[in-house]
Design a protein around this ligand. Structure first.
Ligand code: ATP
Ligand code: MG
Length: 641
């Protein structure tokens, strides 16, 4: 596929092609010097004298061990001390466009974070305590994370769309005694009863906390448990509340993974390495320039929200936009209306949103001025080349750099991506390893594959932002990531490397299918289907096939206004044959109005595989599904009976 040369998005870009090569080489050859230098981005109470101290066999990962710092100090106080208190830290765009947006300066951010940190202290929260956050997408969510970091408490953010059961499980798993929530949240004109959900979670057997701190947001009526529940506004104070000096390896947060492949894991990140990693990756990948407006549409309940709404941008003294709502409310042009309204320069979203908006056509995009946009990011799933092109050409007017960033909750920050200005872009490829990242592709027996090839994606050397453990289950950490290929971090993803050294994520290794001895990534077949102009989204899985070993089962969602028919089936089969080859011809095409997705919008192929295998009795953990009714409907209409 042809590479698209980098648009000159900024004259003073942080990295140009030559810099990338020099910096990458240094990061590989002298990692200690390189990462000590990058650590200077942060303010340390005691600067570290060494960088990485790690082993993958046995597993023991430490970075900057003799340094002390506080990430709230780096994200907030430091900018105030350096006389940037007037600058806008957070722009808040509410769910309802008729409500007024808020601009929160770094001065104000500091006041709010101190106030909330004092409230936490008043409730008895101490350094090392776990605090569960169950919040809407409002600035108070960021204040709560930073207030925890300020006093050394470990936050565990649970996405506000999760059920009481899922919340209860995450509260008990990490032994959290405190919950911060809001009376309710708003999403696409709907009210989410957050406080009532917390009450329901805490009413379950064996779930018990000392205190619930409640932010008044919507003004809804809530039930109240005296002695346990406290309004934030009754507990705040402006007493001095210094940032707690934290050892670099002190825990910063626990975050449960999306649960695409199984039971969510409580991934633990520590302070120093995560701080340096998110600050450095944000700086280079988004090429942030002073004064620019940056918007990441993720929720703070996901790692993307942690690293690239809160910590990365604020440590870089960026202006970070927080959006309470959804892309489809009041209509499909909302994202672009917000871009125009706040003159957003850097925009970061997920393929699921891009595909959903692409389905609505170009008109909603073109209604709004997007000339402020300079860099467009994507994260969360492989982006189909077709969706990539639409993002680049229609949204970005073929003028913006697109960064397709591959990373995971466990990696803390971006691992593989192109850099604006430094690299040519290839639609559908994440690109090149970030500084310090050493990807390796191995075969199923662990044999190292060189050159242009395809295999299982491992990382051979630690990086500062790497997760340190699975909370309370270090054995699971070792088993999941370090035992498949000894001495290497195994990502669980499959990947192809081309002759230019670009990496193409082909999906989860578990999703690779083997048809008559030919191995293929499901992403490839999906991209071929999405290329057809009637198809909006596709999910492909294998199922046992008597002759071929595995057959190809495709779930297909059509564009708005399109109807399924036998003719269309034949047309799609012929289309995939033409795009990939006869070997990839779909056996079953299952048209559906929706696909089962995690709450973060990822397609749950694990469940689709079960349905295609006609083994829907044991669907496994479905607590992270956004809409369980989709599954019932798919079972009802399944093809392979
Ligand atoms: P679980 O680990 O619980 O199954 P999950 O892997 O979906 O859930 P996350 O950490 O949120 O949880 O997602 C990381 C995964 O998302 C990656 O391993 C990869 O499969 C996919 N991913 C993220 N970004 C990209 C990208 N730019 N291109 C391709 N895949 C991506
Ligand atoms: Mg994962």
């Amino acid at each position: 596929m042809d590479a698209i040369s980098p648009p000159a998005t900024h004259q003073n870009a942080h990295a140009k092609a030559e810099d990338y090569h020099a910096l990458y080489r240094q990061s590989a050859e002298e990692p200690d010097a390189f990462w000590l230098k990058q650590a200077e981005r942060l303010h340390w109470f005691v600067p570290p004298t060494r960088a990485g101290d790690w082993s993958f066999d046995p597993v023991d990962i430490k970075w900057y061990e003799d340094g002390t710092l506080n990430l709230c100090h780096n994200a907030v106080d430091r900018h105030v001390e350096e006389r940037h208190g007037d600058q806008t830290a957070i722009i808040f765009e509410p769910d309802d466009p008729a409500d007024e947006a808020r601009h929160i300066s770094y001065d104000e951010l500091k006041r709010e974070v101190v106030a909330m940190a004092n409230a936490l202290k008043a409730l008895g929260v101490k350094k090392g305590d776990r605090v569960t956050l169950y919040m809407p997408m409002i600035p108070e969510g960021a204040y709560a994370m930073l207030a925890c970091a300020r006093i050394g408490a470990v936050h565990s953010v649970v996405f506000g769309g999760f059920s009481p059961e899922a919340l209860a499980g995450r509260i008990t798993d990490c032994g959290s005694r405190f919950v911060i929530t809001a009376d309710a949240g708003k999403r696409g004109s709907k009210t989410v009863p957050l406080k009532a959900n917390v009450d329901a979670a805490l009413a379950q057997d064996g779930v018990d906390v000392d205190a619930v701190l409640v932010v008044k947001h919507v003004g809804s009526d809530v039930d109240w448990t005296e002695g346990r529940d406290h309004w934030l506004h009754d507990k705040v104070s402006d007493a001095a509340c210094p940032c707690e000096p934290m050892a670099a390896e002190d825990p910063l947060f626990i975050l449960y993974t999306s649960g695409s492949t199984g039971k969510p894991k409580g991934v633990l990140h520590t302070t120093g390495g995560y701080g340096v990693w998110t600050a450095t990756t944000f700086h280079y990948v988004f090429d942030y320039q002073p004064g620019e407006i940056y918007w990441c549409t993720a929720d703070i309940g996901w790692v993307t929200g942690h690293s690239y709404i809160v910590y990365g941008p604020l440590m870089n003294r960026a202006t970070s936009l927080m959006f309470e709502g959804v892309p489809s409310y009041p209509d499909a042009s909302r994202f672009w209306a917000v871009v125009e309204k706040h003159k957003v320069n850097l925009f970061y979203t997920a393929p699921t949103a891009i595909r959903a908006l692409m389905r609505e056509g170009d008109a909603p995009v073109q209604k709004h001025d997007r000339s402020s946009l300079r860099v467009l990011g994507s994260v969360g799933e492989p982006i189909n080349p077709e969706a990539w092109r639409w993002y680049y050409e229609v949204v970005g007017e073929s003028r913006c750099a697109v960064v397709d960033t591959w990373w995971q909750t466990e990696t803390g920050g971006i691992m593989i991506t192109t850099l604006p200005n430094a690299h040519a872009m290839k639609p559908g490829s994440a690109g090149k390893p970030f500084f310090g990242i050493q990807p390796q592709l191995v075969d199923n027996d662990g044999g190292v594959l060189e050159g242009a090839t395809e295999g299982n994606l491992c990382i051979t050397a630690s990086w500062p932002g790497q997760a340190r453990t699975v909370y309370g289950d270090h054995e699971r950490f070792i088993q999941t990531y370090f035992s498949t290929y000894k001495g290497k971090y195994f990502t669980g993803d499959g990947c192809r490397r081309d002759e230019d050294g670009y990496y193409w994520i082909t999906g989860r290794v578990d999703d690779v299918i083997n048809v008559s001895g030919h191995r293929m990534g499901t992403a490839e077949v999906e991209s071929a289907l999405v290329l057809h102009d009637k198809v909006c989204e596709a999910a492909v899985v294998g199922y046992p096939h008597d002759i071929k070993g595995q057959g190809i089962y495709c779930y297909v969602t059509l564009n708005a206004g399109e109807e399924s028919s036998d003719d269309l089936c034949a047309e799609l089969r012929a289309h995939v044959r033409k795009e990939i080859g006869p070997i990839a011809t779909p056996d079953h095409l299952h048209f559906t109005p929706g696909l089962p997705k995690t709450r973060s919008g990822k397609i749950m192929r694990r469940i689709l595989r079960k349905i295609a295998e006609n083994d829907y009795g044991a669907l496994g953990d479905t607590s992270t599904l956004a809409d369980p009714s989709v599954v019932d409907e798919l079972i009802e209409t399944r093809q392979n009976r």
